[in-house]
Write a protein that binds this ligand. Structure first.
Ligand SMILES: Nc1nc2c(ncn2[C@@H]2O[C@H](COP(=O)(O)OP(=O)(O)OP(=O)(O)O)[C@@H](O)[C@H]2O)c(=O)[nH]1
Ligand SMILES: [Mg+2]
Length: 328
């Protein structure tokens, strides 16, 4: 299951208690205090892992606690440290404090990590309290509790370019044609239900990552269709590819499709609508598409438009060339 947000609680481990003990042996019947300190509790650490693609682990396990330290013992034995708990999350996960809303970390690189909740310090044993004036202390410390925090995790996948379009516009067909991705293609709307990443390799061996996301429709911001929340996954893209169906089936007008897309983008995040973009005019193999494209170009003469047929593989080199020019 693809999950891109999760609310979790993290607890550092508690410190172990200090020990009160006195050495008693045959040769040292009054050997003095020898209670060891408790061990420190483990910390909760969050770490980006490129093998992961979803936050679903945390949907099922929202409470995460590191190990407690163990208590100190007699004969000066200190308690063992609690093990740290490492929470692995996909690269691109943002961590926010639930109460303040502050961003604590943006784990945008593989293996990047931060400590979310420190473990508590272990308590002192009575040996620690020994002094010249108090040679047989009976006091010890309890361990400190570990830190506790409520956190909100949000995944914004890392991609260089994002495909935005109506359902059935041909986004998945395009990404499957130019990258190694296998995005499901079908003639019904909302085939794609979660973001799919595709790696595009250029002739000089440089690569960029494209993201295919579910289709948007009018009212997506009001949760119509699959809603617009998954637009968070194109927020990091420096380039947007608007995939527009020029076929005009069911009397659809590509000009209003484009307008609706822009509107839905700006309702999600105003800045997205003015992001660097290319319009990919798809389905140019359909007879009515020529006229539709002419009308589209007339209305938007300032846009960069690439006519293609993702299905028949026409115009794809031009898309790849533009991606290379703009992203590499
Ligand atoms: N004639 C024609 N059909 C196409 C072209 N590209 C895609 N299609 C068809 O359009 C339908 C939808 O294609 P998808 O690639 O699944 O569309 P999508 O934009 O990913 O759709 P969602 O995942 O539902 O948002 C499929 O039946 C494709 O075969 C094209 O260039 N020409
Ligand atoms: Mg699709």
């Amino acid at each position: 299951m693809f999950i891109d947000t999760a609310k979790i609680k993290v607890h550092g481990g508690n410190g172990g208690a200090g020990c009160v003990s006195f050495l008693r042996t045959k040769t040292q019947p009054r050997g003095g205090p020898d209670g060891g300190n408790g061990g420190r509790g483990g910390s909760v650490i969050i770490k980006a892992d490129k093998q992961l693609a979803t936050l679903c682990d945390y949907f099922y396990k929202p409470i995460n606690k590191a190990e407690n330290g163990t208590p100190g013992g007699s004969t000066r034995k200190n308690g063992a440290y609690g093990n740290n708990l490492i929470l692995k999350v996909p690269v691109g996960t943002i961590v926010r404090d639930v109460e303040s809303g502050d961003v604590l970390a943006d784990l945008n690189k593989n293996e990047m990590e931060i400590t979310l909740a420190k473990g508590g310090r272990g308590g002192f044993g009575n040996l620690h309290f020994k002094s010249s004036t108090n040679r047989a202390p009976r006091e010890s410390d309890s361990g400190r509790p570990g830190e506790e925090k409520g956190l909100y995790l949000e995944l914004k996948i890392m991609a260089d370019a994002g495909l935005v379009g109506f359902p059935n516009a041909g986004k998945s067909t395009l990404i499957s044609a130019i990258t190694h991705a296998h995005s499901k293609i079908a003639s019904y709307p909302f085939t794609t239900r979660q973001p799919i990443l595709g790696l595009l390799e250029f002739d000089n061996y440089t690569t960029v990552v494209l993201a295919d996301i579910p289709g948007l429709i009018d009212g997506a911001h009001r949760n119509v269709g699959l809603g617009h929340k998954f637009l968070r996954h194109v927020e990091r893209c420096s380039l947007l590819l608007f995939v527009i169906d020029m076929g005009g089936v069911d009397n659809r007008d590509p000009r209003s499709d484009y307008e609706i897309l822009l509107n839905e983008l700006s309702l999600h995040n105003e800045e997205l609508a003015s992001r660097q973009s290319i319009v990919v005019a798809n389905k140019m193999d359909i007879p009515d598409s020529k006229e539709n494209l002419e009308n589209f170009v007339k209305k938007y003469p300032e846009l960069e438009i690439i006519p293609i047929s993702a299905l028949e593989g026409i115009g794809l080199e031009k898309v790849v060339e533009e991606l290379k020019k703009k992203l590499v």
